[in-house]
Design a protein around this ligand. Sequence first.
Ligand SMILES: [Zn+2]
Length: 460
Amino acid sequence: MSILIKNGRIVTATDDYVADIFIDGETISAIGKNLPMQADRTIYATGKLVFPGGIDPHVHLDMPFMGTFSSDTHETGTRAALHGGTTTVIDFVLQKQGHSLKEALADWNSRARGTTVGDYSFHMAVTDFNENTKAEIREMVEEEGITSFKTFMAYKGALMIDDSQMIGLMQEVKKQGGMVTVHATNGDVIDYLVAKHRSEGKLSPLYHYLSQPEVTEAEASGRFADMADYTGCPGYIVHLTCEGALNAVRNATRRNQKVFVETCIQYLILDASLYENEAEGAKWVMSPPLREKKDQQTLWAGINQGLVQVVATDHCPFMWEQKLMGKDDFSKIPNGHPAIENRMELLYSEGVHKGRITLNKYVEVACTNPAKIFGMFPRKGAIAVGSDADIVIFDPEERHMLSAGTHHMNVDYSGYEGMELTGKVKTVLLRGTVAIDDNTCLVDKGYGQFIKRNKVSGKI
Ligand SMILES: [Zn+2]
């Protein structure tokens, strides 16, 4: 099967020009003006933007958490992602403390293999670093193509590792050619504040926010950067939300260090005033919590300064009924928010359309940098000869409204209900196949492939 995309405005992280793209099989085989090839199908893209498929490197699909599971499966989550122009996601495998990485991977494979619609990969979350775990790192990198290892500096007793484990993990991961990523918040301080608020009968969603002040994230981000600097291990901070944390990274650059930073779309757009709504605040209970307006300004600036390289989602949806598990106690609200489908359109509308970032920067942080940082470039994240034909055709003018009534995520509310956006995904190709056309998904469960990733250097 061959496809010719005619006359679209091709936008990459560095280029912006009008041309045709010829796709033969799963990859791009030619790009140029007025290509002479005859294709099985021609898609006319005049007036449309044509950019690489989005990559969301931070999603939690079908994840066991607080006695329940996140409500999007690998099937529904990757399908929703495709509808929103995201062709590849990286999900998190969580090691259970006292168990091996291999057991965790088998568990995730049992839910994900053969069920995804879009392409996917895994990060391995190391929650129990010991001699056995250490011996498995090499196998993950060499055999499984899993080259990033997630750590938690919070959630003591379930997910958190201490600093001695962190240093040991960093040394081994560096040796094997991987990267350590981190949920950087100070778990001990947060646990103290949660217990204090509960003992005082302060149980509304607002106290979720007040239990995770900016300093808990700033301190842990700085500590993580210090340990990454000491070990020389490539480091990446997930879902960074605030000025204090970004300044910790900025400080690290003064000693010539590079720490990658991801923020998530909600931290750029939503703010902590939503927690004052006691009845609905649970919709935005996530960790770290939403922050202040000044933090949004810091994050947009950080993108433009090159300090923030990636905009992801931390997509972890729960039905409203699941959220109600914590209606009398904020600490029992399952943490997470749905955005896998909305990220690309939200970032375009709020970022590019409103003049906060350039179109090239948009492609860089939503598509290309995640591929480069996590060892998938130039197969993914590029419009180039030889790259996978993962392509979004986007109408930059169309206005539409976000709503749980029309989205494809398996969750019964939207964090952005009624929000009006400019710019809409029209057609999405995944490995040379039209996956989405005019709001309809044309590929089946099982079409998505697991993407084995290359070793990483910590440089892009
Ligand atoms: Zn997460």
